[in-house]
Structure formats: C-alpha cells, structure tokens
Write a protein that binds this ligand. Structure first.
Ligand SMILES: [Zn+2]
Length: 77
C-alpha cells in the first residue's frame, strides 16, 4: 500500500516520502507504522530496482483497504 499512519508523529506518510527520509529516522519511525484502514502493524518496504517503495501489513478482516476491488493484489499490499 502507498500510505501508512505513523503513531510516532501522528501523521500519515506516503511510501515515497517516507523512503526519502534519512535511514536513522526511518529506523525509529517504522516501528510505529500502522495500516490506515484497520490499525494493524505495518512495515516499510524499501525500493529496489524493480519496485517502488511501499508499505505492507497483515490486515484484519474487514479492513477498508481490502475492500478495494483489486482482489489478488490484496496480498501484495
Ligand atoms: Zn489494513
């Protein structure tokens, strides 16, 4: 997913913006990341050659983000 909420600074972050912060800041902030839809713990996926930065989470049943129509992609979120 592209967005996650940081409970550390009480704001939501776009993955791209998050990836541009310095590594030490990311290290301390990523522990407080949660899904915007269900509040489950989220993690940051660093960009690689093939992938853009993103957040991931183990969503709870009924999470608003899982109600999107993109079915199979839910596991990539
Ligand atoms: Zn969720």
């Amino acid at each position: 997913m592209k967005w996650a909420l940081s409970t550390t600074d009480k704001r939501d972050w776009h993955a791209l913006e998050f990836s541009e912060r310095d590594p030490s800041w990311r290290k301390s902030s990523r522990r407080g990341l949660v899904c915007l839809g269900c509040g489950s713990p989220a993690f940051f996926r660093a960009p690689s050659r093939k992938k853009t930065p993103a957040f991931g989470a183990r969503h709870k049943d009924g999470c608003a983000l899982l109600k999107e129509t993109w079915g199979v992609f839910r596991y990539l979120q």
